[in-house]
Design a protein around this ligand. Structure first.
Ligand code: SAM
Ligand code: SF4
Ligand code: SF4
Ligand code: SF4
Length: 416
């Protein structure tokens, strides 16, 4: 007889421990070294070959198999479990070819705010010139749609300071984009903008840093900005234009998270815990970090399913299919990944950059490439944010492990 995992389960080995991924329940079970080695050996050998079934020392192993069986994770088999079925089940995600799906267009680095933490170092007195001609933005939108993109976000800087932003929305609509979002500080949004959003099915994302004007304005360094933003938010909502509110916590607003979430609730907007300032641009300053508020650390429980498991072995869980284009025409894999240059739309076609090695490497960065993670049994269930890991690394390495993880796969321990 053989003992093997059910067809919806997989064993993943780490440096010290292992994990069983159950696609039916979504659960990921952690296993010690000897259990991992035993299950791994079961893939090739019968129980009779592996254990002396009459000996009392084998009882604990048989008990382990009983436990797995009762959890619906494993079973006895007359023949070696068929590997063919594995291939069939995960084949949907086995295609290496990633298609463009979403792009950020950073229309301008100009902004009427000058937020303390801005990753794009934007502000009213910014010296970098925006150098993408309007015609190039228009042709890029068409190229992106032809390459398969369905969602686009106009961002900045302050995108409403780009004079012809409306033309770009219309072009995106005409090109067949299904989702168009403008990420704006909303201080310049007036009634004509709101009518335009409604007529063109535009969604809005905006940001607040407090429910109190003084604190919000201390982050934006623009007195009166909170009143303008909140007035626009109320008008946008009453016009039934889809709106989401982002928020970032830093030292200057570190006690504001609960109040921001209460305000979102009062406004009837989806409530999500604010993110913590990321170490990019002006935000790359340890003195800016809040003392107590922090990101949720990476820790179990992890979630799995057949598709994400297969895809995690081929491509990056977040970056695959995304690009950001800056106001100087640079293509980067994410709006936060400011140092990860993959090309420039002023000298290349989008298709050239999309098929280029630099972007393809970003899209195909898996946990198998990341230091420490590559030896971790949770690597096909654990999400990843490369710009955050890179920004937090003292040497700014693209393949650095996330600083939010305290797991040591070599000792098999979570180290607080
Ligand atoms: C760069 S802004 C552009 C859109 C618009 N000007 C605004 O502020 O809403 C987009 C979002 O990025 C956030 N952001 C900027 N710098 C950041 C940083 N270093 N870490 C985390 N989020 C940041 C802003 O707070 C804002 O929510
Ligand atoms: S975060 Fe947004 S509003 Fe603030 S300076 Fe940057 S682009 Fe302007
Ligand atoms: S971040 Fe890396 S080491 Fe930590 S749990 Fe995830 S895969 Fe494992
Ligand atoms: S999670 Fe990280 S990689 Fe993904 S979009 Fe956000 S910043 Fe970029």
């Amino acid at each position: 007889m053989y003992y093997g995992l059910c067809k919806d389960c997989r064993l993943v080995e780490g440096a010290k421990r292992g994990a069983i991924y159950n696609f039916q329940t979504g659960k990921v079970y952690s296993l010690n070294k000897s259990a991992t080695q035993l299950l791994s050996a079961c893939e090739e050998s019968t129980l009779d070959d592996l254990l002396d079934l009459s000996s009392s020392s084998s009882q604990k192993y048989l008990q382990f198999f009983d436990d797995l069986t009762s959890k619906g994770v494993g079973s006895l088999y007359t023949f070696a479990p068929d590997k063919l079925e594995e291939t069939v089940q995960t084949s949907e995600a086995s295609d290496d070819d990633v298609k463009l799906d979403f792009l950020w267009l950073e229309l301008t680095s100009k902004c009427n705010n000058r937020c303390l933490h801005c990753y794009a170092t934007c502000g009213p007195l910014i010296e970098t010139e925006d150098c993408v001609p309007h015609e190039r933005w228009l042709s890029l939108i068409a190229e992106a749609s032809q390459s398969g993109a369905t969602a686009i976000q106009l961002i900045g800087g302050e995108p409403l300071m780009y004079p012809k932003w409306r033309d770009l929305v219309i072009k995106a609509r005409e090109s067949g984009f299904e989702f168009i979002e403008i990420f704006t500080n909303a201080t310049l949004v007036d009634d004509t903008c709101i009518n335009f959003f409604k007529e063109n099915d535009v969604s809005i994302a905006t940001t607040i840093y407090s429910d109190c004007s003084d604190i919000h304005d201390k982050v934006t360094l623009n007195k009166g900005s909170f009143d303008k933003t909140i007035t626009a938010i109320r008008k946008i909502l009453s016009a039934q234009v889809p709106l989401r509110i982002a928020s970032i916590i830093m030292k200057a607003n570190e006690n504001e998270a609960p109040k921001i979430m209460d305000l979102c609730k009062e406004l009837g907007v989806e409530v999500t815990p604010p993110d913590v300032v990321r170490p990019t641009g002006r935000g790359d300053d340890k003195n800016m970090l809040p003392a107590a508020y922090s990101k949720q650390p990476i820790k179990p429980p992890f979630y799995t399913d057949a598709l994400s498991f297969a895809s995690a072995q081929k491509q990056h869980s977040c970056l695959a299919g995304k690009i950001a284009v800056t106001s100087t025409g640079d293509i980067i894999p994410c709006i936060f990944a400011r140092n990860q240059l993959c090309g420039n739309i002023l000298s290349e076609t989008l298709a050239t950059v999309l098929s280029g090695q630099l972007l393809q490497e970003c899209w195909h960065t898996t946990k198998d490439h990341i230091e420490k993670c590559k030896d971790c049994e949770f690597r096909y269930a654990c999400n990843d944010c490369r710009p955050l890991a890179q920004g937090s690394d003292p040497e700014k390495r693209w393949l650095a492990c996330s600083s939010e993880c305290s797991y040591n796969p070599y000792s098999g321990k979570w180290e607080e």
